[in-house]
Design a protein around this ligand. Structure first.
Ligand SMILES: *[C@@H]1O[C@H](CO)[C@@H](O)[C@H](O)[C@H]1NC(C)=O
Ligand SMILES: *[C@@H]1O[C@H](CO)[C@@H](O)[C@H](O)[C@H]1NC(C)=O
Ligand SMILES: *[C@@H]1O[C@H](CO)[C@@H](O)[C@H](O)[C@H]1NC(C)=O
Ligand SMILES: *[C@@H]1O[C@H](CO)[C@@H](O)[C@H](O)[C@H]1NC(C)=O
Ligand SMILES: *[C@@H]1O[C@H](CO)[C@@H](O)[C@H](O)[C@H]1NC(C)=O
Length: 584
């Protein structure tokens, strides 16, 4: 009797709960952009069996073409890189001279049990090197194939299968070609589909088939503040395409929104059948001057009724839209979630975490984990090198820059590492940097300086010093040299980069054993690592080692290896407008 009533009370409660959750799942959700903060431009995404997958552009950084997975559209885990080993594209990285060449906008799709990443690599040969990587299981990085390659002059390949199983590539301009995915052969001549609505650079096309129409969604207006998404449709894949009369379907051009440059997106559905989109945006405000994280990835809900044009919700920091899938961080693989902090020790034999990347493919053996932490063997070139020098290619950084970094993923953060370093030859240096390109970086190094003069006190003695040096957009601050206090010598030195506010970094040093003795060595504007020569990329924070040109060939003088331990990146705040932020 009592049991029965208890049971009926439990089932009544369960019934109430299920009514509550049904109405909760029907009501719309709120969330904050960007969902993939930090440098993530040109996202392309798809959903397979309840998991969402996205890829982003990476230019010359390596490993490249990161694939993120999420089950809730908010928590994105780095599961692999489609371009993850030199043998996939032998020699290609080292031949690339430009700072913003390499892997441009990719498209990620799933078809017949295989994941595809199609992309183009710029900077080798007379045309772009098209690449198609496939994997049956993107959670397992080595399963990404060597690429099938093709040549084209037009960037931003889409990949679309028609109902008859034929595969098509649409590229910039916008033209369509059938592709043989086994050989990379493209049907000639390309068929012109649509030229957009008149904005410059019609590019970043994606094709979708829905309700008997082929929809062609593109980016135009350039990837700066005029950027926009426009759309056209046709009953036939090869056209003619009719432009939507209310184009653009998404843009923040001509607004004073904090999120600018909104464009270059992709659309996909969740398991409830609701449509969503991801695109790039820059948190810069209309001034568009300080945006060290470059182009980031934002999520927007899409209402796409049968036979109708899609309605894309304007991109803001605070969004509302379809009920999000339930929060779920249960995703396979050992990569980190993009918005999480780094807490790395680099013990001997441990794997270097997958969110740490290099500028081009590094020389073999440069980075290894040891009992003293992450060992970096210095490169002859420093972070600047001499870009575009034909005479000393080993000093351009093309033949390996001893740099490793992670994306700045928060407006406000603190990054630090502990350095063990015993240089013996002048010029040997190891340090931390905010790095956008080889001509945009803000460095704090420990360096052995040659004797400043040959007479008087201290003559003939090399000096161990902190050196703060920066270069970049808008002109650098003066370099600074501060002798390493003699009491600190021999111990680990903690080097720190901290945002003082949304526009300035402070670079500081302290004994690892006594952080209170912190010395702020330099302050630099994030404007140095915003736009200019690095307008397509976004800032990385990380560590480097160099001998500043000493030595010969590609080799530094012996010694001068740097050991980094206790790597910490802590996100502190995320700006969602010029005046509001969320805590990390
Ligand atoms: C797009 O512009 C090119 C160059 O003017 C032209 O040849 C092509 O026919 C145009 N395509 C369409 C679909 O209008
Ligand atoms: C929920 O969000 C979708 C997508 O933005 C929108 O179409 C719909 O009108 C919203 N519903 C309500 C009740 O606000
Ligand atoms: C960095 O390397 C370049 C080219 O080798 C050189 O001109 C420059 O002086 C170096 N910077 C420092 C601080 O040594
Ligand atoms: C940000 O910090 C820098 C360096 O301390 C300072 O010059 C600048 O005025 C600060 N900006 C704001 C808005 O407080
Ligand atoms: C940086 O930009 C300036 C001005 O556009 C240009 O002259 C220079 O070659 C660029 N440097 C690199 C390394 O791209």
């Amino acid at each position: 009797m009592r049991l029965l009533s208890l049971l009926s009370r439990i089932s009544l409660l369960a019934a109430i709960r299920s009514v509550a959750s049904a109405s909760a799942s029907a009501s719309n959700s709120s969330y904050y952009n960007p969902v993939l903060p930090g440098w993530h431009s040109d996202p392309s995404c798809t959903q397979v069996s309840g998991t969402f997958y996205c890829v982003a552009s990476t230019f010359i950084s390596f490993p490249g073409l990161p694939v993120y997975a999420s089950r809730d559209l908010i928590n994105w885990k780095l599961i692999s890189h489609a371009w993850n080993r030199e043998s996939q594209l032998p020699g290609v990285s080292a031949q690339t001279t430009g700072q913003q060449q390499g892997m441009y906008a990719a498209t990620l799709r799933h078809h017949d049990g295989l994941f595809y990443v199609i992309c183009e690599y710029l900077g080798v040969g007379d045309s772009n090197l098209g690449v198609v990587f496939t994997s049956p299981d993107p959670f397992d990085e080595p399963t990404w194939s060597d690429p099938v390659t093709f040549r084209t002059n037009l960037i931003d390949p889409d990949l679309f299968w028609d109902d008859d199983g034929k595969a098509y590539v649409a590229t910039q301009s916008v033209v369509l070609q059938e592709i043989n995915l086994a050989t990379g052969e493209l049907n000639q001549p390309p068929i012109s589909l649509w030229n957009g609505t008149g904005g410059v650079w019609p590019e970043g096309p994606h094709l979708y088939k829905k309700d008997g129409y082929y929809y062609l969604m593109i980016a135009e207006g350039g990837t700066e503040t005029n950027h926009a998404i426009t759309i056209a449709r046709s009953r036939y894949l090869k056209g003619p395409y009719e432009a939507y009369e209310n184009n653009p379907v998404l843009t923040n051009r001509g607004t004073d929104e904090y999120f600018q440059t909104v464009g270059h997106g992709d659309l996909f559905q969740d398991t409830e059948g609701n449509w969503w989109g991801m695109c790039l945006a820059t948190r810069s405000g209309p001034e568009w001057q300080i945006y060290p994280m470059g182009r980031e990835t934002v999520l927007f809900p899409v209402t796409w009724d049968e036979g109708e044009w899609p309605v894309l919700e304007p991109v803001r920091g605070k969004m509302t839209g379809w009920a999000l899938p339930q929060t779920n961080r249960d995703i396979p693989g050992d990569g980190p979630f993009n918005s999480d902090d780094d807490i790395y020790g680099f013990g001997k034999g441990t794997k270097i975490p997958s969110n740490l990347v290099h500028w081009r493919v590094p020389r073999p053996g440069t980075f290894s984990t040891t009992e003293k932490g992450l060992r970096i063997i210095p490169s002859r070139n420093n972070l600047t090198g001499t870009p575009f020098s034909d005479t000393t290619p080993e000093l351009t950084g093309q033949a390996g820059l001893s740099f490793v970094g992670r994306r700045q993923t928060h407006t406000l953060f603190t990054f630090s590492v502990d350095l063990s370093f015993a240089p013996t030859v002048p010029g040997q240096e190891a340090g931390v940097t905010v790095f956008l390109t080889q001509v945009n970086h803000i460095d704090l190094g420990v360096v052995l300086l040659a004797p400043p003069h040959s007479e008087g006190k201290g003559a003939g003695k090399s000096q161990l010093a902190f050196r703060f040096r920066a270069e970049g957009t808008g002109g650098p601050p003066e370099p600074k040299i501060v002798p390493v206090p003699s009491a600190w010598a021999g111990g680990k030195i903690r080097l720190q980069i901290q945002t003082l506010n949304a526009t300035h970094y402070g670079l500081a040093a302290m004994p690892a054993s006594n952080p209170k003795a912190k010395l702020v060595i330099g302050v630099a504007s994030a404007g140095l690592v915003s736009g200019g020569n690095g307008s397509f990329v976004g800032s990385l924070v990380g560590a480097y080692a160099t001998c500043n040109g000493a030595g010969s060939g590609t080799a530094c003088p012996r010694g001068g290896n740097a050991y980094f331990s206790r790597w910490r990146y802590t996100g502190e705040a995320q700006y969602i407008s010029a005046t509001e932020s969320t805590r990390a």
